[in-house]
Design a protein around this ligand. Structure first.
Ligand code: SAH
Length: 258
């Protein structure tokens, strides 16, 4: 059980979370630059390629992928409001002919065996768990297809109790890069690359836009304790990041199906 100071986002009302994150550029740490860097490790994509972006949110990274690949992309997210915005974004960028948004769960994906050339998932696989996600999604990839996921990871063998407690309670599968790579390999992929997302993926592209959106969100929900707690929780997480960023961060893991 988490105590008040270690409350995770999963403990809050989903509609409020949805509204909160609809107000920002993206729903997890990342940037167009790192999406492109991760994509640079993926070979053999063509106009025939089938790509899935799992836990796509409003599609920040999906649109970058679409503008830099030729195939068709299916974005999947549990929340209809995110998918609505995703579809608007695709339409506005004139990508809607090959970029489709689908409401669905990463626990029961609507794909056929060996249908996909590339499975992408930024800051979302923790919802099913890194090991389970990698193992279950494997069947949908063609042989030689790629999986590209970003995931919170420890940078060091040791870390201060405050941040260890926070992440162990928020996401018990948090682990070192070395162990995550071994898990990727055990799930049937050749480890192709890993790299750490630079700090601006957390600040400029994640916490700064949130700080702006928080004002609006709080004034709209003045007096609503759940909304206030949600914001307090996000601010606490941002403070922890500033304090402990040398110990953890997001890491891209790129694997190729054996
Ligand atoms: N990839 C986006 C969003 C990351 S946030 C980005 O990097 O900006 C995690 C996303 O996973 C949220 O949009 C959330 O709605 C979605 N999600 C949570 N549980 C899910 C599930 N079981 N199936 C599909 N999507 C899920």
């Amino acid at each position: 059980m988490s105590n008040d100071s270690n409350k995770t986002i999963h403990d809050f009302d989903f509609n409020l979370i949805c509204e909160y994150f609809l107000g920002v550029e993206r729903q997890g740490p990342g940037s167009p630059e790192v999406t492109l860097k991760a994509l640079s490790f993926v070979d053999n994509l063509s106009s025939e390629s089938r790509i899935a972006d799992i836990g796509c949110g409003t599609g920040g990274q999906t649109m970058v992928l679409a503008q830099n690949t030729l195939g068709s992309i299916t974005g999947i997210d549990l929340f209809p409001a995110f998918i609505d915005k995703f579809c608007d974004n695709a339409q506005q960028l004139n990508l809607h002919n090959r970029v489709k948004g689908v409401v669905g769960s990463m626990e029961s994906l609507p794909f056929e065996s060996e249908e996909l050339d590339l499975i992408w998932s930024e800051g979302a696989i923790y919802n099913i768990g890194f090991k389970r996600g990698l193992a279950e999604w494997h069947q949908f990839l063609k042989r030689g297809g790629y999986v590209v996921v970003s995931e919170v990871s420890w940078f060091t063998q040791e870390r201060p109790t405050e941040i260890a407690d926070f992440w162990n309670s928020a996401y018990p599968e948090v682990d070192t890069i070395q162990n995550k790579v071994a898990q990727l390999q055990a799930a049937g992929y050749i480890p192709i690359a890993t790299f750490i997302l630079p700090e601006n993926c957390w600040t400029e592209h994640y916490y700064v836009p949130q700080a702006k959106a928080q004002q609006l969100f709080l004034s709209k929900h003045a007096g609503n304790r759940v909304a206030e707690e949600l914001v307090a929780n996000e601010r606490h997480e941002a403070e922890l990041y500033q304090k402990y960023k040398e110990y953890y961060g997001y890491v891209f893991y790129i694997g190729k199906k054996v």
